[in-house]
Design a protein around this ligand. Structure first.
Ligand code: DGL
Length: 285
């Protein structure tokens, strides 16, 4: 199975895009709703929670796990890839969303390698909106400087957007106030961005309000399609991993909190009724 992990139900936006692009594969989605949001948590805590989630997905039969959560991708992915997998799970893979999103933000083809000549010609300004943890990690800045060093990046933390979405407050005057609070400084920058990435799984749910504020000439990039497209490309380039995935299109969903609550909230995001099971994560190491 392909495992897809997010801190909360926002990750269903990535899962939906992934299942639409790659309907042939079986998927298992896990949301750590009991401990969401992750956005303002410390590096160590996000790492430990993410590792527990990844191990749960491995034990359930996933050979490949996508960290749909930007905060987890920014804070935990590198350590899991460089330390945990080689030592304990050499045959499994964990992928994040930062690298594919940066490629899309820079307008580069999937799998672009640092130092390839064309990217150095990419110029202009782009922006990423994310949680405090994602922005504080500078993960987007680090990746973009490798791939397209002449591209200017505006990074804006939007600490209250994910909690607003988790609370179901996706429309209304109060939500609009917070949309303006974080978008206005980006739009008022001396060199405003040509493209803005919604670098958090929850933000596509605020898209109608965001679109009303962002001028038409600026492209908004929701992450789901980008991640799905680039995962399809990754699988083509890694046939050994692709061959291990079970086919049939089956879907399982799990949450660390109340499955009924998750099914109810998640169905609105996913656009279809959901069957959800309870996952009990255990500390690793
Ligand atoms: N899923 C998280 C992300 O994409 C946002 C919500 C949270 O703070 O946990 O960054």
């Amino acid at each position: 199975m392909i495992g897809v992990f997010d801190s909360g139900f926002g990750g269903l936006t990535v899962l939906a895009a992934l299942r639409q692009r790659l309907p042939q594969y079986n998927t298992l989605f896990l949301a750590d709703s009991a401990r969401a949001p992750y956005g303002a948590r410390s590096f160590d805590v996000i790492h430990d929670f993410t590792l527990e989630a990844v191990e749960w997905l491995f034990n359930e039969g996933c050979t490949l796990v996508v960290l749909a959560c930007n905060t987890a991708s920014a804070r935990a992915l590198r350590t899991i890839q460089q330390q945990h997998l080689p030592a304990h799970r050499p045959d499994r893979r964990v992928l994040g969303v930062v690298r594919p999103s940066v490629e899309a933000l820079a307008g580069l083809p999937p799998g672009t390698l640092p130092g390839v000549s064309a990217p150095s010609l990419v110029e202009g300004t782009v922006a990423v909106l994310g949680t405090e943890g994602t922005i504080a990690s500078d993960s987007y800045g680090i990746e973009l400087r490798k791939l397209a060093p002449r591209l200017e990046l505006i990074q804006q933390a939007c600490p209250l957007w994910a909690p607003l979405v988790e609370a179901g407050e996706i429309e209304g005057a109060g939500t609009d106030w917070f949309l303006h609070r974080y978008l206005d400084p980006v739009l008022a920058a001396p060199r405003p961005p040509q493209r803005i990435l919604l670098g958090c799984t929850h933000y596509p749910l605020l898209l109608p309000g965001i679109r009303r504020i962002v001028p038409e000439g600026i492209t908004l990039i929701p992450q789901g399609e980008v991640v799905a497209e680039r995962l399809a490309d990754w699988l083509l380039r890694h046939p050994d991993q692709e061959r291990r995935l079970r086919r049939g299109g089956a879907q399982r969903l799990a949450t660390t909190d109340d499955p009924a609550w998750f099914a109810n909230h998640g169905a609105r995001v996913f656009g279809a009724p959901l069957q959800v099971e309870r996952a009990r994560l255990t500390p690793v190491g």
